[in-house]
Design a protein around this ligand. Sequence first.
Ligand SMILES: Nc1nc2c(ncn2[C@@H]2O[C@H](COP(=O)(O)O[C@H]3[C@@H](O)[C@H](n4cnc5c(=O)[nH]c(N)nc54)O[C@@H]3COP(=O)(O)O)[C@@H](O)[C@H]2O)c(=O)[nH]1
Length: 719
Amino acid sequence: MPHQTPDPSLPAELQIAYLGGVLDHLPQGISVFDAELKLLYWNAHFLEVLDLPADAVHAGVPFEDLIMFPASRGEYGPGDPVEHVRARKALALRFEAHRFERTRPNGRTHLVSGEPLLIDGQLAGFITTYTDITDRKRMEEALQISHARLRSIIDNIPGGVTLFDDNLQLLACNDMLRRLLDFPDALFANGLPSLETLFRFNAERGEYGPGDPEIIVRDLLARARQRIPHIFERVRPDGTVLLIQGQALQDGSFVTVYTDITELRRAEERLNHLAHHDPLTGLANRLTLDEHMRMRVAEGTRDQRRFAVLFLDLDRFKTINDSLGHQMGDALLVMVGRRLHAAVRQTDLVARLGGDEFVVVLSAVEQEASIAHVAAKILTALSAPYVVNGEVLHAPPSIGISVFPDDAQDAVSLLRNADTAMYHAKAQGRANYQFYSEELNRSAMARLDLERKLRNAAAGGEFELWYQPQYRACDGQAIGVEALLRWRHPQDGLIPPDRFIPICEDNGMILDIGRWVMEKACAQLASWRNAGLAPLRMAINVSARQLRDTRIIDLLRAQIERHGIGPGELEFEVTESSVMERPDEAAFILGRIKALGVSLAIDDFGTGHSSLAYLKRFPLDRLKIDRSFVSDIEHDCNDAAIVSAAISLAHGLGLEVVAEGVESAVQWAQLKALGCDELQGYHFSRPLPAEQLEPLLRAALNLPAAGATPAGPQDPACP
Ligand SMILES: Nc1nc2c(ncn2[C@@H]2O[C@H](COP(=O)(O)O[C@H]3[C@@H](O)[C@H](n4cnc5c(=O)[nH]c(N)nc54)O[C@@H]3COP(=O)(O)O)[C@@H](O)[C@H]2O)c(=O)[nH]1
């Protein structure tokens, strides 16, 4: 807008003084030229802004003289300053209003604005204003930088961002938001949409679940207006999970960050599943079982409800796993898990504790009969043969049962008692189920105590090896000894092998103990041979577990070489049941033992379930008739008949017969009459430590002993 001069009715001096005073107080530099472009007015800032020498500036100075100063300083760019001045003057002479920014060499920027000066509507000159906008420019630049920085943060943030103002108008959002929420480009075609538009778009495509979109949008807008900070998760219709965090900013705007946490949630779910499930079978694991049982105990206590815990252990799993490999074992466990799951209700819990141990928690079972019914159902399901990789496998379970609150009132004790009952089921012949009882608990405790003591027995030198002689039936000539293990506990005294050997077989300790027995017995055999007590045969008891450990062959070979043991000097006694468990495997390992010159005897003959076909296949030398048939042979004609048949059978198979448990001369006579080859029993000698047995052996071998008269056992047939 053209400027007006002061009131023209005022005297000219006043007008000038007035103008000069006003101009000097303005923050801008001001210059006024007349219509001939001669300087009329200027203020102090004008000199400063253009850095003009004060003595060069006076009224009437032509425009071109003034601008020659900046031109010669190169402020209009390189080139001839006179040309610059001429070009500028030509422009000025057009008296057109103009506005531009100019940055001077000192770095300060001015907004230069020029306007024609009109007096009475007639062009009277030109007025130019120089406003120093350096600070404003710097602020604007700083603002631009910070805005760009903010933009770049928003664009690079690993989540979707929206920023909206008081009026719920979107101020900013990033590409990630559009991608995360699948917003089409059309939604942004006319710039940033309002929050309401976004809400409506989402509501209509079912993003917020079912419901009337109008109502949903109204609610959402009402909530947005409250501007309450929030953090929540939203599951989108496609299953992705968004974490949505909203926060009001100081300037009144509201920022919301959307983070895709789908993978995080899935990883959490996977971790949670892993933490609560057995990775092999997918069944619940111990942690879940503990939590479940604690809940059942709490519910049962509150509602006075019973529930049952079934502890299962597969009877032949270890053998299958050891002989057929872990892959087969694993496949079998998976099948067991499936069968178990199918045998119980959805509300019951099936868990695998590890190895071949499973637990089933039957909820809300009131009657013992119904618990037994489920146990029988599980037993039947798991006893059916499994076909794994073409192999038919049998792994029936032994099941122990404890009932809440009858047998225990807490989860740990319930599980322990079910475990105890399971051991009882195993002791009862396996493949059956047993309920827990207090008596069972006592025997389990005693067993635990014994097991604990056993762990120190070897290190404490508490084992001893005793020997019981064996005699030729016809003349009472000593022909060998059987090595029998003894455990002398410092407090409990002598503990019979029947009490601790089954435990050692269960927990695997028999492998180390059996090795010790073999080394000790072989050393004793060599020692007696060196002392002239020969020929003697050393019989060693070997359990099924030892036979499955192929290291037994190396151990045996080493002992034979070390002590120069000849063929037939060593004998292994194996029980019927141990070789009948896996007869093919047993036949193989027994063949290798036999090949080392070790003779073989079947122990406890008559107590197991021998298959004659297999007996024939084993490379045996002797049958040992169990003492239960011998103990009453003189009175029980059935026993006599059994012993007689066993002797005939053995002889028919080319085997010799040893009768054990001979306690009287009458039994000796009868056994001899039945054709028994060898005898062992208290009638001749109880098992004794080596040094106590030695004089007896000398006598039985008719060897002279220092200070002793040779005397063997009395032959009833040759009095
Ligand atoms: N795997 C291993 N088993 C072993 C070892 N040492 C012993 N055992 C087995 O422990 C069972 C019990 O043995 P033990 O208490 O030593 O009893 C033996 C004899 O004392 C007993 N016997 C012998 N004669 C008589 C008798 O006239 N009357 C009578 N009441 N008992 C008698 O018989 C046992 C010998 O039995 P067997 O071995 O079957 O010939 C026993 O099963 C041992 O095998 C070991 O080192 N390893």
